[in-house]
Design a protein. Structure first.
Length: 492
């Protein structure tokens, strides 16, 4: 990567703020109020399922917000959001307090090493108790101002907008204290925040520029994917010519959908990009291709963020003893290549999330014995897959001995089975037990009881010392003086 520009001194850049908190404590409502648009209706079940970036102008100053999903399923995405942010706003409901996902968000903030502000939301509710919430925060080792700590705390109502202006002013003040700077006149660096397959424009990504200036006409490389910067827009969909640090942008025209969290490098010419990309391709070819295991699962989703979240969750729920290979499905509609790829596995499953599959592809899947399931709610996809994994996991069978019988008489066999008479030498013989036939020290056959009699009457079991008759199904002939050892098989 070359740079023909003269390097300029660092300049002050505007803050990147990540909104974090419990799933229903009002993160998206807060952003909705700030942006004066409704983004909640786009999400299944009212839960944000993609990481988005939004830019605002507040009192003449820019602020970039990252909206990260609040559910635990998306902890990976949330942590990535925290790591590219300068500040965090932790939203806690005034009528609820600290919840498990609030603690997860706090942990992500601590890992990122960034300062944060607490927004106590829903103060307009009659059940709101701000001081109690501050107490639950203290229990979680968060001491806000006025409670012996230094963490700024702003009570707000995201619904009515009460004190949201104070929250934004607090964000700008905290940003000033951080003295955020960047370089402008250098090739742009950044990170992929979100990516999907656009039906009209192809693989498209939301990129946060973290340093330098991204310009139209340059070329970018993100891991193993690349794109010319031609279809270049702000996150509001407006065509732009350049974007500086702390700015989220959209770029379309990638060779394939890039992975969320991938770092971006910039090149001034296609020749420079290709030189660097050849190295990437060489490394990619050297990667070991995963072999199909007992179970193969391939995930197709609408955006990379959802894809990675599902793959991460599926890895967590693989039961002990079950060999599972997770194939790289990518984003977009389920196609012929996906079905043929996954069909190499003994048990092949394709999970589609917010995507489609044509009827002819379903017919191909049926012929190749590939199971295809489509979902729009992520919890349902995880629950179904967990149940399927449990059905497919190898069972550990434990043998429970019950007793032994010596064979005294062998009667003729009939269409129902073979009849033998004997005496219980030890333990008991239940009428639903299995048995092995011992002849000397060698096991010569295996069978199970079909009927049991004591004193010529049907019985549930025989105990030690009892004599009785058994109707059995057995793999070979039983002889007098053979020992039948009985047992149950139970799943461990």
């Amino acid at each position: 990567m070359t740079n023909t520009h003269t390097k300029q001194p660092h300049v002050v850049r505007h803050p990147i703020v990540v909104i974090m908190g419990h799933v229903d404590h009002g993160k998206t409502t807060l952003l909705d109020y700030i942006r004066k648009t409704n983004i909640v209706a786009r999400e299944a079940g009212g839960i944000t399922q993609h990481l988005g970036a939004y830019e605002i102008n507040w009192n003449g100053k820019q602020i970039t917000f990252l909206d990260t999903p609040g559910h635990a399923t998306f902890s990976l995405m949330r942590e990535r959001g925290a790591h590219v942010a300068d500040l965090a706003i932790l939203v806690v409901a005034a009528d609820d307090g600290v919840k498990p996902q609030t603690k997860e968000a706090l942990e992500a903030i601590k890992k990122a090493g960034i300062p944060f502000i607490v927004a106590i939301n829903k103060i307009d509710k009659t059940s709101a108790d701000i001081e109690r919430v501050k107490g639950t925060l203290a229990e979680a080792e968060v001491l806000v101002e006025g409670w012996g700590g230094t963490v700024p705390c702003v009570p707000i109502s995201a619904k009515s907008g009460e004190h949201v202006d104070e929250l934004l002013n607090t964000v700008l003040l905290a940003a000033e204290l951080e003295e955020l700077t960047a370089e402008l006149d250098v090739p742009a660096e950044g990170v992929i925040l979100e990516a999907h397959l656009d039906s009209r424009r192809g693989p498209t990504a939301t990129i946060l520029v973290t340093n330098g200036t991204l310009t139209r006409g340059s070329f970018i490389l993100c891991g193993e994917t690349f794109a010319p910067v031609r279809i270049f827009e702000s996150v509001n969909g407006e065509a732009i010519e350049k974007a500086g640090p702390s700015t989220p942008v959209r770029v379309a025209g990638f060779n394939e959908v890039p992975r969320v969290g991938t770092l971006m490098k910039t090149f001034e010419s296609k020749a420079e990009l290709e030189k660097d990309f050849k190295v990437v391709e060489a490394l990619k070819r050297k990667k070991e291709v995963a072999k199909a295991g007992e179970v193969g699962i391939l995930v197709k989703a609408d955006v990379i963020g959802s894809l990675e979240a599902l793959e991460a969750e599926f890895k967590k729920i693989i039961p002990e003893g079950l060999e599972v290979t997770i194939f790289d499905g990518g984003v977009g509609e389920i196609g012929e290549a996906d079905v043929k790829l996954i069909s190499a596995a003994k048990r092949a499953i394709i999970i589609g999330f917010h995507t489609k599959v044509k009827s002819n592809i379903l017919e191909l899947a049926e012929r190749l014995k590939v199971e295809v399931k489509l979902f729009n709610i992520i919890y349902e996809a995880i629950d179904w897959t967990k149940e399927r994994f449990d059905e497919l996991r190898p069972r550990k069978i434990m043998r429970v001995p019950t007793g032994k019988m010596i064979v005294l008489k062998v009667f003729k066999s009939n269409s129902h089975g073979r009849v033998v008479g004997g005496r219980v030498r030890e333990g008991r013989v239940p009428k639903d037990a299995q048995f092995e036939v011992l002849r000397g020290d060698e096991v010569v056959a295996r069978g199970h009881i079909k009927g049991l009699q004591k004193n010529k009457a049907e019985a549930e079991e025989l105990v030690e010392g009892n004599e009785g008759g058994l109707l059995v199904e057995v793999s070979r002939a039983i002889e007098e003086r053979d020992v039948l050892q009985f047992f149950y098989e139970r799943e461990a």
